[in-house]
Design a protein around this ligand. Sequence first.
Ligand code: AR6
Length: 165
Amino acid sequence: MKIELIKGDITKLSVGAIVNAANTSLLGGGGVDGAIHRAAGPEMQIECRKLGGCMTGEAKITKGYNLPAEYVIHTPGPVWHGGIRREEELLASCYRNCLQIAVEHHIKTIAFPGISTGIYGFPKGKAASVAVNEVNRFLSEHSEIEKVIFVCFDDENLEIYKTLI
Ligand code: AR6
């Protein structure tokens, strides 16, 4: 099985890359984004500033600096508007683009938080099924990635993912 499920703090993981549920400025914020920037240290924000932001559904990579992870892949997920603004499609594109960047950087292990399921209000069940479907689809077409870890911060998300995997 290439997919693993864990409960915990993504900033503690010693993996090739962790994914940051960012905003389009890429300059940091609350939630997992704040935690990742705090743990990585100020140098990561300096690198982020040079990236010129990122569109929703796309992704950009930086080094991990003081994090145990080698890289951070930053992706702004969609804000949930009730499902009428292509939110599911945009969320799927976040997962796909992060995995594509990982392949391009020869990253073998990548850990995802529940992108958009906090401050951005995406329903957790819908978001988890988009995440699992998109990751499965990508892994079936690309053998380079050895492990994808879904990191659940709370029990509710953990239970949702358990039923899907
Ligand atoms: N490790 C793993 N997961 C976490 C952690 C952590 N340390 N902290 C929170 N989560 P959110 P969004 C989970 O709000 O909804 C920021 O201000 C959390 O429980 O971090 O994509 C950005 O700058 C939830 O399931 O991201 C944007 O403005 C998931 O991570 C905006 O928030 C995502 O919650 C992005 O909102």
